[in-house]
Design a protein around this ligand. Structure first.
Ligand SMILES: [Zn+2]
Length: 159
């Protein structure tokens, strides 16, 4: 780490402690040349995550977009914002857990679907109709039949 006072590249760490409620480490450093002391904060780097759309185009993953999709699917269903936020957060966590730099949009869609399953069946069906590209009433009937057979994923964190 270059000293901010004399620009020497010869500092040493004299103290390390947790900062920002544990998400960062604050290091107290001392320059070996000018002996000035300064602090650095170290935190986990959030890796950039890209989403490959059906068109092949890659765009940055944005939780806001996931949330917008969820909001659309849950419109007029009186799902509270906190519940939608939890679904979006879960989607992001699960997609990031794959450890890939770019994921297909279908993977994100499947996670949204999985999350909506825990919130509301109507929202699930709405999202599924777009995501799975339903074109006939039979598509809805088939999905609904499957939905009734499958138990919802269990989570105490969802309403
Ligand atoms: Zn210095």
């Amino acid at each position: 780490m270059r000293c901010p006072y004399c620009a020497a590249d010869a500092g040493r760490v004299i103290d390390s402690r947790p900062a920002e409620r544990g998400v960062a480490v604050r290091r107290r450093r001392e320059c070996a040349r000018c002996e000035q002391r300064y602090s650095t904060h170290e935190r986990v780097e959030q890796q950039a995550l890209g989403v490959r759309k059906r068109s092949g185009e890659v765009e940055p993953f944005e939780r806001a977009k996931v949330l917008a999709g969820i909001a659309k699917a849950t419109k007029n269903l009186h799902i509270d914002d906190a519940a939608m936020g939890r679904v979006a957060a879960r989607v992001e966590a699960r997609v990031r857990a794959l450890g890939k730099r770019v994921v297909p949009s279908q993977v994100v869609g499947a996670e949204v679907l999985d999350g909506l399953r825990m919130v509301d069946d109507v929202a699930y069906m709405r999202f599924a109709s777009v995501y799975k590209n339903f074109t006939t009433p039979d598509d809805f009937r088939r999905e609904l039949a499957g939905l009734e057979k499958r138990p919802a994923p269990k989570s105490r964190h969802y309403p």
